[in-house]
Design a protein around this ligand. Structure first.
Ligand SMILES: [Zn+2]
Length: 291
């Protein structure tokens, strides 16, 4: 209950601040703004989540004409490639992206580089093989870890596996994973993307590395703070939802969450000059400005 109240308060204050930012933003703005909608494809503990939640999300994205703009971070431990191949096919046929989502909290706790490397590499290859049957040469290039968990060894493995964009961090949040406190409060708001060094992954780098970090805004971007930042690179706003957020334990549509998510999409569409693109595209455009 306490966790629910905290989430509710976070959303409410985030929403109020974001709405205020939107109302007071000057419209003549030079910086480009990319909005990236991401879905973490887990069932969670809900058996109905993927089968019911996935078509609901597609319907919402169709209503908002967002074909080709969504990044689906697939957790294949929930067996998408065997149970829901038609969903994955639909994602690719819309021009959306399939990226990789791994829950490796146990491996991160064990802190064994080789175990992390082997697991993530295998999961990436399974997804790539599936996608390549539909789009020859397809490569999975973006990653998000489960529950935003991370370690230096995880990032070193991602680098080795040739993940180019990671989205496993947040802007300014502090939260618990098991017994461990994760603290992203020193990630500056004004930096919406940055080059990531595996061993100092929270500190933005001026020098280029192979991985670019695109943190998630949890729950809403502090738009005014980014706008006021010194950096003139494009602003990337990354939003996140799960199929299980939209489905109740009994398998019914969660109308409250559905309505709320659509409201958020409407708000994001009101951000001046916002372009909705997938995470890979936003990352590539950001990287181009830093070469
Ligand atoms: Zn997850």
């Amino acid at each position: 209950m306490r966790r629910f109240l905290r989430r509710f308060r976070n959303h409410l204050t985030g929403l109020l601040r974001f709405s205020f930012d939107l109302l007071t933003l000057p419209h003549a703005e030079k910086r480009e703004v990319y909005v990236c909608l991401t879905v973490d494809g887990d069932a969670g503990r809900n058996l109905h989540a993927i089968g019911k939640g996935f078509p609901l999300l597609l319907k919402i994205y169709d209503r908002f004409n967002l074909q080709g703009r969504v990044s689906w971070f697939i957790n294949n431990q929930d067996e998408w490639t065997t149970h829901y191949p038609h969903f994955l096919e639909a994602i690719l046929k819309r021009g959306d992206r399939i990226e990789l989502h791994c829950h490796i909290e146990d491996l991160i706790r064990e802190d064994d580089y080789h175990k992390i490397y082997d697991h993530v590499k295998k999961e990436k290859e399974v997804l790539e093989r599936f996608c390549q049957d539909i789009i020859p040469g397809y490569r999975v290039e973006c990653f998000r870890s489960g529950r935003f968990d991370r370690s230096a060894k995880m990032f070193a493995a991602l680098e080795e596996i040739e993940i180019r964009y990671d989205s496993s961090l947040t802007h300014g949040s502090s939260f618990m994973i098991g017994e461990r406190r994760i603290d992203d409060r020193d990630i500056p708001h004004s930096t919406s993307c940055y080059f990531l060094k595996p061993h100092a992954y929270k500190a933005p780098r001026k020098d280029q590395t192979t991985i670019v970090e695109i943190p998630v805004w949890e729950p809403f971007p502090r738009f005014k703070k980014i706008k006021n930042g010194e950096n003139d690179a494009p602003i990337v706003i990354t939003n996140l939802i799960h199929p299980f957020n939209l489905v109740t334990a009994g398998g019914a549509v969660n109308q409250l969450v559905r309505g709320y998510y659509q409201f958020i999409l409407r708000l994001l569409m009101r951000v001046p000059h916002a372009q909705f693109v997938n995470l890979l595209e936003a990352g590539e455009r950001w990287r181009k400005m830093h070469v």
